[in-house]
Design a protein around this ligand. Structure first.
Ligand SMILES: Cc1cc2nc3c(=O)[nH]c(=O)nc-3n(C[C@H](O)[C@H](O)[C@H](O)COP(=O)(O)OP(=O)(O)OC[C@H]3O[C@@H](n4cnc5c(N)ncnc54)[C@H](O)[C@@H]3O)c2cc1C
Length: 423
């Protein structure tokens, strides 16, 4: 293998593979080094092996989904929008489909088609991809502005030192470390002058130690609205960005999962473990408190029915039994016995069921890492470091984490594309 390259990309995931195709299309001599024996391992496992490629919305909505940090994405999205990603996939022969939720998947439901498309593109444009190649360090060459040296251990070979004009670090975050993502890029970035903001797991399931929560294991709600409630030092509820989410909620043997619980998990990763924390669940987000109360009052007119039976018209039976049990009642009680106190208690729990949360399942089950290379140290016009010319970042290594729905891949494709345009 030649030792001098124009561009070396460290990490053959979504961001790195896209960056390589773009840089090679400009005529650059590009090498991608990937630690795993195959490229794009996270693409392959994503979306339950279906790969939720992006989201059916405009660029502004993508940026907004990342909260206040997301503003920086507007410039990279103007160069590669969700529609551009779909177009590129289709050019590579991967037809796509939009699901009701707005998520975009390959029509084949096969993540491997997406991974193969990005690898095919980079190969066609003339970039080289070496797998089984673990990079050990990246640092500037001793003479200023002459490029970088990249030490790599390729399976079965002694360590090799490669050099390049520009280096793109796309090593991802810390989640699912078995996929090769164990945070290798952070110390290199630090040594080259960058700040790494607090790292924590995001898009990870929530843990509750409450027995009644575990008893609901297996129940799925298609439409719930959840809000993270975390108490600050002053005893008041802390104001946290992106603390609510609406959609599916899954009850599990350890707590709560599904898109809504995972979307707000970043709030629980952030918290001081001593602060009380809970998830407030609106079981009937389309029904106001007043309408909910009226529904129960109307139901009380039919004394032949049990309250459990009435509740189970709108919520799963097991949740109805749990609500009654929590309120010191039971499944046999009839609507004629529905006291004001019980009615108020039910309305309160239907609209704001309090689920104590004791932690998260952490990095091993996190889809992304929150925190990373500080955004104001990277110029998003070209994804180049403001600290060191020739050094570029893209993808999850940056301090950006979006919700479930294809947003994180879109950020990886778009930042990777811009890095590829300028590296
Ligand atoms: C289970 C799961 C499901 C997901 N599903 C979706 C989904 O459907 N839609 C969505 O938008 N997002 C999804 N995500 C998130 C998405 O996978 C990430 O946002 C995306 O992969 C980030 O891309 P990246 O290129 O920055 O990092 P990665 O894809 O993680 O790639 C980083 C690469 O760098 C390599 N690497 C690391 N260190 C070194 C080193 N020292 N030397 C060489 N190579 C190295 C790693 O092996 C890895 O291949 C999912 C994540 C998980 C874990």
């Amino acid at each position: 293998m030649q030792t001098r390259w124009e561009v070396i990309i460290v990490g053959g995931g979504a961001a790195g593979l896209w960056a390589a195709g773009t840089a090679a299309a400009r005529g650059k001599r590009v090498l991608v080094l990937e630690k795993n024996n195959k490229a794009g391992v996270k693409i392959l496992m994503s979306g339950g092996t279906r790969c939720n490629i992006t989201h059916n919305c405009d660029s502004r909505k993508i940026a907004e989904a990342f909260g206040k940090n997301g503003r920086v994405l507007l410039s990279v999205l103007s160069r590669l929008s969700p529609q551009d990603v779909v177009r590129q996939m289709e050019l590579e022969g991967v037809a796509t489909k939009i699901e009701e939720t707005g998520k975009i998947f390959p029509a084949s439901d096969r993540a491997i088609d997406v991974r193969d498309a990005v690898v095919r593109r980079l190969a066609r444009e003339g970039a080289s991809l070496v797998t089984g190649a673990a990079v050990q360090f990246v640092r500037p060459l001793p003479v200023e502005n002459t490029g970088f040296e990249v030490a790599v251990q390729i399976q079965g070979q002694p360590q090799t030192i490669l050099t390049c004009d520009s280096v793109v670090i796309t090593t991802g975050g810390l989640s699912y470390s078995g996929c090769g993502t164990n945070g290798d890029g952070y110390p290199w970035a630090r040594e080259m002058g960058h700040t790494i903001t607090a790292l924590r797991p995001a898009l990870t399931p929530l843990v509750s130690s409450e027995a009644w929560v575990h008893e609901l294991s297996g129940i799925t709600l298609d439409d719930a609205e959840v809000s993270a409630r975390i108490m600050g030092d002053d005893g008041k509820q802390a104001k946290i960005e992106r603390s609510s989410s609406r959609g599916g909620l899954l009850w599990t043997h350890f707590g709560c999962s599904g898109p809504t619980a995972m979307n707000v998990s970043r709030c629980f990763s952030d918290r001081d473990p001593k602060s009380p924390a809970s998830l407030s669940v609106d079981l009937l987000p389309d029904v106001s408190r007043e309408a909910c109360e009226q529904w129960l009052l109307d139901a009380a007119k039919d004394s032949n029915r049990t309250i459990a039976n009435v509740l189970s018209q709108r919520i799963p039976k097991r949740i109805a039994s749990t609500l009654l049990a929590v309120l010191g009642s039971n499944n046999d009680i009839h609507t004629s016995e529905l006291s004001k106190k019980l009615r108020n208690g039910l309305v309160e729990r239907l609209k704001a069921l309090n689920v104590p949360i004791h932690g998260t399942r952490g990095y091993p089950k996190a889809e992304v890492t929150a925190g990373g290379v500080s955004l104001n140290e990277v110029n998003f016009q070209d994804m180049q470091s403001r600290k060191m010319p020739g050094l570029f970042f893209a993808g999850e290594i940056l301090d950006l984490d979006g919700p479930i729905g294809g947003f994180n891949f879109q950020a990886a494709w778009s930042t990777g594309h811009t890095a590829g345009l300028y590296a």
